[in-house]
Design a protein around this ligand. Sequence first.
Ligand code: GLU
Length: 272
Amino acid sequence: MKRISVFLLCIVTVIGLLAAGCGSADNKPAQSAQADTAADIKAIKDRGVLKVGVKVDVPKFGFKDPQTNKIDGLEIDIARAVAKKILGDPTKIDVQGVTAKTRGPLLDNGEVDLVIATFTITEERKQSYNFSDPYFKDGVAMMVKKSSGIEAVKDMNGKKIGVAQSATSRKALQEEADKAGVKVQFLEFGTYPEIKTALDSGRIDVFSVDGSILAGYLDDSTTILKDRFAPQEYGVASKKSNAALAKAVNEVIADMKKNGELDKLVQKWGIK
Ligand code: GLU
């Protein structure tokens, strides 16, 4: 009888030890998220290239030159800095054009490792993605035809506002319209060239998005109104589970801020 209970005790102890072993194995990803060998970083290293979603229709931030087909801008330079840190080579980036609507889903399905695409950090978006500390701060602005006579939100009663799908602009402008007591109507578009075309053709009266995005669409017939609202801080986004990658990106942004590299790039691209 005694022998049996000793035997049972041994079995229980062995099972206990095994369970404890499994427990620590389960904790491993969290621990190694600190290290360079974390699964998310390793996958990028094994692939040898960092996949980044960038804008292709935002001059100076992420823009595809129709002549050369080359995509360039501040956000591509930031992508290069991250590639340099992770892969030791700033040229090892594979950029893909995204819009406000497609950037989240492309992160979700792993098509891109990072989104560096005028992506405003919001509490709601932080529930779904990791965001780095901000690398740029902007505000929502409005572009109108000079001939429209519109000078501020108070002049927009009954007007049509063009905004990008899934952008922060609509909510921000609606709040301003409510404050000013004016009724506006929104039309949503996929890309910025489409919104500018709609403004030129008179389909909409106002083109609203961040001031720095609008600046790329300014021409002789249009003006950007003075008002700015709803601060927009841009962050580099990654999939929530890619904690080590998010940490590495944040280190790059922090370094670039500290050593003046970020300021230099903003100047290089003539961003105001
Ligand atoms: N920055 C704003 C946003 O994240 C404007 C839209 C855009 O980035 O294209 O919603």
